[in-house]
Design a protein around this ligand. Structure first.
Ligand code: TYD
Ligand code: MG
Length: 454
């Protein structure tokens, strides 16, 4: 007899436990365990029958039917690695209200207008609401097939029967669809997994690409996109600060392309607008002279991106001063402060430290260390960064500054935008540059850069 028993499943990562506990040991999230029915074990004594013999193919098999379908949104195609691969599944995650539905509505409309049939199924909004949005965005004429549905059974049947067969199916969102043969509520790990499994199978069988929208939730009431990440071919995150108009589409997993490319969009009253050349978006005028601001010449995939880093060091009588970071890693800031203290004798122990990456961008490259250090040293010594200068380089625990990749591309873009001085790691392999190059070996040299100019 198969044994079925109660268990507790983490709605964030899908880990299961026999007993309830406050914190998931696997992903560290609090209050995400929900009671569910354990998977029924395979009945003992049931032996596997003979399977169907597989047909093996060579690596050089014909792949001509796998030509990618373009979404005709350049920034989306770039992140996907050149458009949708037929039969692939894409998960797009992001906070509620960040613009996932808007982006996908624009994508299906453009594709439908370019003679690639698309189906858009929303489990969140009524079709009238979507039509209203489409009309406002001027996309109402696109021949998109639209439906509002929640049952995975209905969705699969309709997509299989649809003529012409769709090139792209959008499910907005995976957390609202459910399989009626499962006892758990829509949005739970079991439901989300089962529905996604069915849709991925449908994609492979029919060659239609499937996009699943997944909301990122903090409270664990509904299952997050994390539980699906290993099932789909491509995972994209749509991020950005809701107070800013810029949105970044980032690939965190891609079986058909690079994962370091980003797509940059601007949210306007006419929907999401592509920003094809984002390099100067995240900086204010290069000639500005206030203390505590520096410019980092970063790379996002193959594109250089110049970003303004703002630091503020303020004296405080409190024993444990605050450190607050927006757009950068707070552990990395703590490390940098410790290095500045130990290796350069610059103490921040009596000061609050705030760090902000302008424009709502999240910087992930270690190459930003030097620019962050420059902003902090500039703020604490109240000396502005020399106008027209920029920084990049990784800082090690002993205070040494290490070269980073693609120095030439960074310098070239900065020169184009009117920067004149670059402070870079000693030993960087660079070709001739029009800019004045200051090579630094140790963080101490950055500190003296600011005390000399005082
Ligand atoms: P939406 O795509 O519904 O977000 P998600 O599907 O990720 O939850 O985007 C909603 C936000 O976008 C909403 O706050 C309003 C804003 N928005 C605009 O600013 N301009 C527009 O043209 C549209 C359609 C939305
Ligand atoms: Mg939405």
């Amino acid at each position: 007899m198969a044994r079925s028993s109660e268990q507790f499943t983490c709605q964030h990562c899908g880990e299961t436990y026999r007993k309830w506990q406050g914190r998931c040991d696997s992903c560290g999230e609090w209050n995400t365990l929900v009671q569910s029915t354990a998977d029924v074990a395979v009945p003992s004594g049931m032996t596997l029958g003979k399977g169907r013999a597989l047909t093996f193919t060579a690596l050089n098999a014909d792949i001509s039917e796998y030509t990618r379908t373009l979404s005709h949104i350049g920034e989306l195609d770039r992140v996907l690695g050149g458009g949708f691969v037929p039969g692939s599944s894409v998960l797009i995650g992001g906070d509620p209200g960040i613009g996932k539905s808007t982006l996908l509505l624009q994508a299906v409309a453009k594709m439908a207008l370019a003679a690639s049939p698309c189906i858009y199924i929303s489990g969140e909004e009524a079709t009238q609401q979507i039509s209203m949005r489409a009309q406002r965005l001027g996309l109402a004429d696109a021949p998109v097939q639209l439906a509002s549905a929640n049952s995975i059974r209905d969705i699969i049947t309709s997509v299989e029967k649809a003529t012409p067969a769709p090139k792209l199916l959008v499910i907005d969102s995976i957390q609202t669809v459910f399989a009626d043969n499962l006892p758990s509520a829509p949005g739970t790990v079991a439901q989300v997994r089962a529905s996604a499994q069915e849709l991925i199978r449908l994609a492979r069988k029919t060659g239609t690409s499937v996009i699943l929208v997944g909301h990122v939730t903090k409270d664990g009431q509904i299952a997050g996109p994390r539980v699906l990440e290993h099932m789909v071919d491509t995972v994209l995150y749509f991020e950005g600060d809701r107070g800013h108009q810029f949105r970044i589409l980032r690939a965190v997993k891609n079986r058909f392309g690079a994962t370091d490319e980003i797509g940059v969009f601007e949210m306007s009253d006419a929907g999401l607008r592509e920003v094809a050349n984002p390099s100067s978006l995240f900086i204010s005028s290069p000639g500005k002279t206030i203390s505590g601001a520096s410019v980092f010449a970063g790379m996002e995939g193959t594109r250089p991106l110049l970003v303004e880093i703002q630091g503020l060091v303020a004296a405080t009588p409190q024993a444990t001063p605050r450190r607050a970071v927006v757009g950068w890693d707070s552990a990395r800031l703590a490390m940098l402060l410790a290095v500045l203290d130990t290796r350069c004798g610059l103490s921040f122990s009596g000061s609050e430290v705030y760090l902000n990456v302008a424009g709502g961008l999240r910087v992930q490259e270690p190459a930003a260390d030097l620019a962050v250090a420059a902003a902090l040293v500039s703020s604490i010594s109240d000396v502005p960064v020399p106008p027209g200068s920029l920084f990049f380089g990784e800082i090690g625990l002993s205070g040494e500054i290490r070269p980073v990749g693609q120095a030439d591309a960074r310098l070239k873009e900065a020169a184009k935008l009117g920067f004149t001085t670059a402070v870079i790691p000693a030993g960087s392999k660079i070709k001739d540059s029009k800019m004045k190059i200051i090579e630094v070996e140790h963080l101490r040299e950055i500190v003296s850069l600011f005390s000399e100019t005082k």
